[in-house]
Design a binder for this molecule. Structure first.
Ligand SMILES: O=C(O)CCC(=O)C(=O)O
Length: 324
């Protein structure tokens, strides 16, 4: 059982009423009015279909850019929220050496890794935290206090630089919860080469239902939020990120009813799949909230390593937040 599997089963998927609560339409031009939720009817998403035609196309546009081209796409985050862009592959955000150094130094802290079997994490993640987040804030310094010495470059700063560039110049920052602590900007994820895997999921199913996300829901637009990661090491075989041609809002009931598992992955096989090919140092930013995705099982001799987290616009749309 892996990290997400463990915690996916502790709670039901987002309920219909929770989904109806807030599907944001993100637009700088038309901010949502600051009124009491009950005074303005929330937009009602389409009911989840019980049957989805597997041939219906869901995946749309994807950008494949060089690092120095990101500033040509300042509207990318808004387009991702609006559903007109699925994601971006950004080539060469880091050199191979820059990430390899971080991965090597992270391994020196292996005694402090969180071993979930099919995934091993350096750094704690809000996805598995207790509802009150006390465990998360207690564990956050294990990686946060070492970020400066892990990399020879300002790794977190460069992630922020990319997010800011594709977020129309909004400042990008790692949030803090007053009186509690700082969020963790990245986790380093090792998938062991004996079948390490991340089963299919979308962030909408847990970010909008679980107690640990309560603070993030207050400060950020968590519906259709973003995932990002940088490839730290490629495995010999497998380990591709696969996007299914299926969005959370269209998810059939049989898929919604199951926790993250091989069984649920098997149900998703009836949908089209797009593997995303990335090299060491490349960064991906995509609508992990909305698009079903999984990491294929890893085999061979080398672990698959990624360094990443999640991102969302702040509620007032003035900032981009990122965390893990
Ligand atoms: O780190 C990875 O490779 C997987 C990322 C992922 O599944 C997610 O961000 O939702």
């Amino acid at each position: 059982m892996g990290l997400l599997d463990r915690f996916r089963s502790k709670s039901e998927p987002a309920t219909r009423s929770e989904q109806e609560e807030a599907i944001p339409s993100v637009s700088k031009q038309e901010p949502e009015p600051a009124t009491e939720p009950e005074s303005v009817p929330a937009p009602v998403p389409a009911a989840p279909s019980s049957e989805v035609d597997p041939n219906r196309p869901h995946l749309g546009e994807w950008l494949d850019l060089q690092f120095d081209e990101v500033s040509n796409h300042p509207d990318a985050i808004e387009r991702i929220y609006a559903g007109t862009l699925d994601g971006i592959s950004i080539r060469g955000v880091f050199t191979e050496e820059e990430v390899a150094t971080g991965v090597l130094r992270a391994r020196e802290h292996s005694k402090e890794f969180n071993d979930y079997g099919k995934q091993i994490f350096f750094g704690t993640a809000i996805v598995g935290a207790d509802d009150d987040r006390a465990d998360y804030y207690a564990a956050a310094p294990i990686i946060n206090d070492r970020l400066d010495s892990l990399f020879d470059v300002d790794f977190v700063g460069r992630i922020g630089q990319v997010l800011s560039a594709v977020g129309a110049g909004r400042p990008a920052s790692v949030p803090s919860e007053e009186g509690r602590g700082d969020y963790v900007p990245i986790t380093i994820r090792f998938l062991p080469p004996d079948g390490g895997v991340m089963h299919a999921h979308t962030a909408n199913e847990f970010c909008n239902a679980w107690g640990s996300y309560e603070h993030l829901r207050e400060i950020a637009r968590m519906w259709n939020s973003l995932s990002y990661f940088v490839v730290g090491q490629k495995p010999d075989t497998g380990g591709e990120l696969v996007l299914y041609d299926l969005m959370w809002d269209d998810t059939p009931e049989d898929v919604r009813a199951l926790p993250m598992s091989e069984e649920r992955d098997a149900l998703l096989e009836r949908f089209g799949r797009t593997p995303i090919d990335l090299e060491v140092g490349d960064m991906i930013l995509f609508t992990g909230g909305r698009i079903w995705h999984r990491v294929e099982p890893v085999f061979g001799t080398q672990e698959r390593v990624t360094i990443g987290g999640f991102a969302a616009l702040s509620q007032d749309e003035e900032q981009v937040y990122f965390w893990s």
